[in-house]
Design a binder for this molecule. Sequence first.
Ligand SMILES: [Zn+2]
Ligand SMILES: [Zn+2]
Length: 159
Amino acid sequence: MGGYRDSPEQRIFESIEQFDDCWIANLGASNSTGYSLVGYGPMLNRKKSCSHRIIYEWLFGKISDGLVLDHICRAPNCVNPFHLEEVTQRENTVRGVGPSANNSKKTHCIRGHEFSTENTRCYTFNGTIHRQCRMCEKNRLANAYRRKLCQASHGSAQS
Ligand SMILES: [Zn+2]
Ligand SMILES: [Zn+2]
């Protein structure tokens, strides 16, 4: 069971302070935007990455090129994967400063699924309504589940 100390997910989970709605990571390190950072890899070649990204990719798999994670809860150090949404870099910048009304004008999610009544799940965070594409959510969960099953049958897969 070696490598426990080097598992960034484990360290992030251990540092979570509030497991209520937002999972606030408290690893002591954060960058200028307030994202929680975690170090991993061999001592001589230590890498740092955003904790929320590590958790998200650990659960749902790699984020597609050109996409970044946006916190729909607006807590930069929150690592709850269900509070994260894949958006384009540009959209993230716009949404970070602009009114979240931008969000409600979108008719389709980033993968082109329509935000119809059946396909939309609404969250309320800090008094604002956010929408989540159910189709994407379902796909992500199915992928995550398959990955976990695969890892379980192949032993602990290090990627
Ligand atoms: Zn959150
Ligand atoms: Zn979608």
